[in-house]
Design a protein around this ligand. Structure first.
Ligand SMILES: O=C(O)C1=C[C@@H](OP(=O)(O)O)[C@@H](O)[C@H](O)C1
Ligand SMILES: C=C(OP(=O)(O)O)C(=O)O
Length: 425
């Protein structure tokens, strides 16, 4: 485990956001399923993207990596419908990889063994377990926190009922696989439908690769069978979930410009912009970048149902805002790499913030300044990055353990942090 000593220092300058991890996964998956050759450019390398690549290779795709600048790579992908090259699906710590690829592994009738690290084995899979068992398909948990999980198809088309409040990744996973079945299928969402914007990202990636899904009703997707993914070459857009860390740092610090994110994006985490504006931030959109000016923030009520990944960094903004912030509909935060509500409440409290944990969110009363303290990343990249931004506005050093967890989504984070004036001892 790596420990960093973060010295207080207000951040300023310009940074380029890494490419969207969510779209990176989706483009690689679609390219791997397309009969032909695709070039996926500007993919920011991360452990999660590496996991998806590994598993797609196990499903039969040929993937080669070309050089790129600042941790960005071009992937050459020669795809085909799933055809087992190896039964081992090593998902690392990536929930997206695990949940997107289970239905794809169930297409070719072979048995696949899914393994993973960290808390991945404890993250819910029950919606798939139920669907597979209903269809009499093999879905068998191993003894070590679910792993190895063995799964075997063949998955058949039909009507799939999926709860909307566990993870949208189950819906996305089915949406990738069902177009490759012979007959038509439908997916019905029950309960509250959270992280919907991520399903919109999946539909957009599918359509980029020539696959079409009809949304007949807000909670009903109709997927025609017998479709084929078409190869596509293009770049992956910038990541609002990652830009959010430096947008908050800019508001709390001396102003930051972010390059590489587009406000026309479908990413749900684009919500960081209106949320920060509602908190009083001054934002400016230029032709090349988005600029956030030093701002005095105030507390607001934030509904996190469509942007769960923003909560850790929003809790830092709230901890330093005037008045009270209420974050609601965030119960799914407990099912991520760690219990993110508990983690942020615990670590920010150590730094002198006033955070009350609620079953579905956080109530945060802002303070003018945080204190230096020992803080832990809970092996969670978004907790580590959020605490790093909190450290910029503390009155003494923050000794952060588990700083290597950023490798999961943003290995360049510490370089970018230092380039903006972050001080690491
Ligand atoms: O589809 C995706 O790319 C993701 C969906 C979200 O998960 P949930 O749907 O489980 O909230 C998000 O938290 C995750 O980081 C990425
Ligand atoms: C929860 C995350 O990813 P995943 O679900 O893919 O592990 C994340 O990136 O914050």
């Amino acid at each position: 485990m790596t420990t960093l000593t973060l010295m207080p220092s207000l951040l300023a300058g310009t940074v380029t956001a890494p490419s969207s991890k969510s779209m990176g996964h989706r483009f690689l998956i679609c390219a791997a399923l397309a009969q032909g050759e695709s070039w996926i450019r500007d993919v920011s390398f991360s452990k999660d993207i590496a996991a998806t690549r590994r598993c797609l290779e196990a499903l039969g795709a040929t993937i080669m990596e070309g050089p790129g600048e600042k941790g960005r790579k071009t992937y050459f992908v020669k795809g085909q419908p799933p055809h087992q090259k190896s039964p081992l699906m090593d998902c690392g710590e990536s929930g997206s990889t695990l949940r997107f690829l289970i239905p794809l592994a169930a297409l070719d009738g072979n048995c696949y063994n899914f393994i993973g690290e960290g808390e991945l084995g404890t993250r819910p899979l029950t919606p798939y377990e139920t669907l597979f068992k209903e269809e009499n398909l093999h879905f068998h948990y191993g003894s070590e926190r679910h792993f190895p999980l063995s799964v075997q198809g063949p998955l058949k088309s039909g009507h799939f009922v999926v709860p909307g409040d566990v993870s949208s990744q189950f819906i996305s996973g089915l949406l990738f696989a069902l177009p490759l079945l012979q007959r038509d299928s439908t997916i019905e969402i029950t309960g509250s439908f959270e992280s919907q914007s991520y399903v919109a990202l999946t539909l957009s990636a599918l359509s980029t690769f020539g696959v079409h899904v009809f949304q007949d009703e807000p909670r009903l997707y109709r997927v025609l069978g017998g479709q084929a993914y078409r190869p596509y070459s293009g770049s992956v857009e910038g990541d609002f979930s990652q830009a959010a860390f430096f947008l908050v740092a800019g508001a709390l610090g001396k102003g930051i410009s972010i390059r590489g994110v587009k406000t026309s994006s479908l990413q749900g985490d684009k919500a960081i912009l209106p949320i920060l504006q509602r908190m009083g931030a001054k934002l400016e959109e230029g032709p090349e970048s988005l600029t956030i000016h030093p701002s005095s923030l105030h507390g607001i009520r934030i509904d996190a149902s469509d942007c769960p990944d923003l909560v850790p960094i929003l809790s830092v903004a709230a901890a330093l805002a005037k008045g009270t912030t209420e974050i609601i509909h965030a119960e799914r935060l407990r099912l991520k790499e760690c219990d993110r509500l508990k983690a942020m409440a615990s670590e920010l409290t150590k730094m002198g913030a006033h955070v009350e944990e609620r079953p579905d969110g956080l109530i945060i009363r802002g303070v003018p300044m945080l204190h230096g303290a020992g803080a832990d990343s809970w092996n969670d990249h978004r907790v580590a990055m959020s605490l790093a931004i909190a450290a910029t506005r503390s009155d003494g050093p923050v000794i952060l353990t588990g700083s290597e967890s950023v490798q999961k989504s943003y290995p360049q984070f510490w370089q970018d942090y230092e380039s903006l004036g972050g001080k690491i001892k």
